[in-house]
Design a protein around this ligand. Structure first.
Ligand SMILES: Cc1ncc(COP(=O)(O)O)c(C=O)c1O
Length: 564
C-alpha cells in the first residue's frame, strides 16, 4: 500500500473536507427539521405559492352558494344579507359616504378594505356592507362614528388601548401641558426623559433605554445591536410571530425580497433548541410572547378564514417553561434573547411578559401603549448590548438615530402613562387580571355552547380570538353581524378582539349579549349550514381546486359546480 507523505496529506485533506461537508449537512438537516411543516414555516415557498394564486371572485349567486347549500339555505342567506345590507346603508350612511369619497386617495384604506374577508367574497361584501372607516369620538369603552352610532370598542386601537381611551386623553392633555413651554425642540431632552428612563429601568429590570418612533424601529435596532455585539448575522424568529414590517422580520408573503439572514423556526420545539445549540451564526432570538395564544400560527385575520381550522389555546405554564429553556440555551451560546413586547408589554402584566412568564430577556422592545397615546418604540436592554460604539475601536459604531426620537410630546405622554401606573386605581386593574379575563371567556363560551352556536373564544388575558367549531366557508360573515350589534372590530375581523382593562363586568356582559345575538342571527340566516360530510380539509381542497381551475382554465368546469 502506498503511504508516501503526499498521499497521506491528500488523504488527511480529504478526511477534513469530508468532515466539514458532513458537519454542514448535519447543520442543514437540523435547520430543515426545525422548520414548521406549515407554509408559515417555509417563507420562500409561501411567497412562490402566493405569487401563483389567481384572482377570482364569486358573482351574486356564487357568493351565497360557494359550499353548495340547499336552495332554502341559500335563500335564507340571501334574505339575511339583504337585511344586513339595508341596515348598514341606513345606519352608517355618512360614515360610509366619506369613506367612499376618500378611498381612492388612501392606499392603506384600500388595502384594509380589500382584505377584511377572503378575496373571493371581498368585492361583493364591500359593495353591499360598507361600514366606513371614520370615527368621531371615544369615551369609556365605546367609540362613535360620524352617524352617531356607538360601538363597544374591541379594536383596542391595535393594542395601544390598554387602560381606556379616557386614560390616554389625560396622558395627552397633561403631557402636552408639561412640555408646552419647550414645544417641538428635538435633539436635546426635556427633563421628563430622565424620569421615564428611571421608571423603564425599574419596570424592565434592564440597564439602559433607547427611544424610537415605532415598534418596528425598536425591533430593527435591537436586532442591529445584537448583530453588532455578537458579530453574527442571523436572527431567529418563531413561526407565525409578528415583529413589525421590517424586511428581516417579515420573511415570506408581504415582503418582496427574501430575508436571507432570518431563520424561522418552530415554536415550542426541541428541534429549534438544537439549532440554537449547534449553529455559530445566530446573533439573536426574537420572541413575541403573544404567540403563547397560537404558537406557530400567524395573526388570525379573517381574510385567511377560508374554513374553520383556526385554533388557539394558552398553556401559560408550558409556554413559560419553553421560555426558560430558550433562556438557558441563549445564555449557553451567548445568543441575545429579545422579547418583543410591543403588543403584550403593560397589558398581560404591569411588568409585561418578563413578569408574566417569569423569564428575563437580554433586551425587551416596547411600543404601542407606552407612548401614552402617541407613537413610540423603546428598547430596554443589558448595558453591554445597548452600547453603540467600542472604546478600543472608535470608528466601529452601530448607528441608530431618528429625527423624532425622544420627541418632547411623546416623552411627556409616556411620562404620564408611567406615572399613572403607580396609582392605586390602575394597579387594581392588574390584580387578578388573568383570572378575570379567563372567567369572562369561560362565561361567554358557556353561553355560546348553551345556544348551540358553532363559535368559541380563546384568550391570552385581554387579547381574544374567535374560533369556529363547525366546518364552514362563511365564518368571516360574523364580523358584519357583530358590527350590526354595535361591536367594533379592527380590519382583521374576528381574529383579534382586544379589550381594554377598564371594561367593567356590566360592559363585558353587554358585549357578551351582543356577541350571542350576532351569532344567533348569523345561525338563523343559514351561514353556518354545513353539509354533514364537510371537513376543514375538504373545504381547503375545494378552494385549492377553484384556484387551480382559475389558474389553468382548461380545468374549469371539471371542478366547478356552478358556484361562481
Ligand atoms: C410584537 C410587535 N412587534 C412590533 C410591532 C410593530 O410596531 P409598530 O406598528 O409600532 O411599528 C408590532 C405591531 O403590531 C407588534 O405587535
Amino acid at each position: 500500500m502506498d503511504s508516501s507523505p503526499p498521499t497521506l496529506v491528500v488523504c488527511a485533506l480529504a478526511a477534513v473536507a469530508l468532515a466539514v461537508a458532513l458537519a454542514k449537512l448535519k447543520a442543514r438537516l437540523e435547520l430543515s427539521k426545525a422548520k414548521h411543516r406549515s407554509l408559515a414555516g417555509h417563507s420562500r415557498l409561501a411567497r412562490r405559492i402566493a405569487a401563483l394564486v389567481p384572482y377570482y371572485d364569486y358573482d351574486e349567486t356564487g357568493f351565497f352558494r360557494s359550499d353548495d347549500p340547499p336552495d332554502d339555505v341559500a335563500a335564507r342567506r340571501r334574505a339575511g344579507f339583504a337585511r344586513l345590507s339595508e341596515l348598514y346603508r341606513d345606519r352608517y350612511a355618512r360614515t360610509a359616504r366619506l369613506t367612499a369619497e376618500v378611498e381612492d386617495g388612501i392606499s392603506d384604506l384600500q388595502f384594509t378594505a380589500a382584505y377584511r374577508v377572503p378575496f373571493q367574497y371581498s368585492r361583493f361584501a364591500r359593495r353591499h356592507l360598507q361600514a366606513g372607516a371614520f370615527v368621531q369620538s371615544s369615551g369609556g369603552v365605546m367609540i362613535s362614528d360620524l352617524d352617531g352610532n356607538r360601538f363597544y370598542d374591541l379594536t383596542g386601537s391595535y393594542g395601544v388601548n390598554v387602560l381606556g381611551y379616557d386614560f390616554y386623553k389625560e396622558c395627552l392633555e397633561r403631557g402636552a401641558a408639561l412640555v408646552r413651554e419647550l414645544g417641538p425642540v428635538l435633539g436635546s431632552y426635556h427633563p421628563v426623559v430622565a424620569d421615564n428612563v428611571g421608571r423603564l429601568r425599574a419596570i424592565s429590570g434592564q440597564d439602559e433605554v433607547s427611544f424610537h418612533m415605532s415598534g418596528t424601529e425598536a425591533v430593527m435596532q435591537a436586532v442591529r445591536l445584537a448583530r453588532y455585539h455578537t458579530g453574527r448575522p442571523r436572527l431567529v424568529r418563531f413561526c407565525g410571530a409578528y415583529h413589525g414590517w421590517w424586511g428581516d422580520v417579515q420573511p415570506g408573503v408581504g415582503n418582496p425580497l427574501p430575508a436571507r439572514d432570518t431563520y424561522t423556526l418552530k415554536d415550542l420545539s426541541e428541534d429549534s433548541l438544537r439549532v440554537l445549540r449547534h449553529r455559530r451564526d445566530i446573533a439573536c432570538v426574537l420572541v413575541n410572547p403573544l404567540q403563547a395564544l397560537h404558537p406557530n400560527a400567524g395573526a388570525p385575520a379573517d381574510s385567511a378564514l377560508v374554513d374553520s381550522g383556526r385554533g388557539a389555546h394558552v398553556d401559560r405554564a408550558a409556554y413559560g417553561a419553553w421560555l426558560q429553556r430558550l433562556r438557558a440555551v441563549c445564555t449557553e451560546r451567548e445568543i441575545v434573547l429579545i422579547f418583543d413586547e410591543v403588543f403584550v408589554g403593560f397589558r398581560i402584566a404591569a411588568g409585561g411578559a418578563q413578569e408574566y412568564f417569569g423569564v428575563r430577556a437580554d433586551m425587551v422592545t416596547y411600543g404601542k401603549t407606552l407612548g401614552g397615546g402617541l407613537p413610540v418604540g423603546v428598547i430596554c436592554g443589558r448595558r453591554d448590548l445597548m452600547k453603540r460604539f467600542r472604546d478600543d475601536r472608535p470608528v466601529d459604531v452601530c448607528f441608530a438615530r431618528g429625527t423624532f426620537n425622544s420627541h418632547p410630546y411623546v416623552m411627556a405622554a409616556m411620562h404620564e402613562f408611567l406615572r399613572r401606573l403607580e396609582d392605586e386605581d390602575i394597579r387594581r386593574l392588574y390584580r387578578g387580571l388573568d383570572e378575570l379575563w379567563d372567567r369572562r371567556a369561560v362565561r361567554l363560551n358557556q353561553r355560546l355552547r348553551d345556544a348551540g352556536l358553532p363559535v368559541a373564544v380563546a384568550n391570552l388575558s385581554s387579547i381574544w380570538t374567535v374560533c369556529y367549531t363547525r366546518p364552514s366557508r362563511y365564518n368571516w360573515m360574523l364580523q358584519y353581524y357583530l358590527r350590526a350589534e354595535g361591536l367594533a372590530l379592527s380590519w382583521i375581523g374576528t381574529g383579534r378582539l382586544i379589550f381594554s382593562l377598564n371594561y367593567s363586568d356590566a360592559d363585558f356582559d353587554a358585549v357578551a349579549d351582543r356577541f350571542v345575538a350576532a351569532a344567533t342571527a348569523m345561525e338563523r340566516d343559514g351561514w353556518w349550514w354545513c353539509d354533514g360530510a364537510a371537513t376543514n380539509a375538504s373545504i381547503r381542497r375545494r378552494v385549492v381546486r377553484e384556484m387551480l381551475a382559475h389558474r389553468f382554465t382548461f380545468l374549469r368546469g371539471k371542478s366547478m359546480s356552478g358556484s361562481m
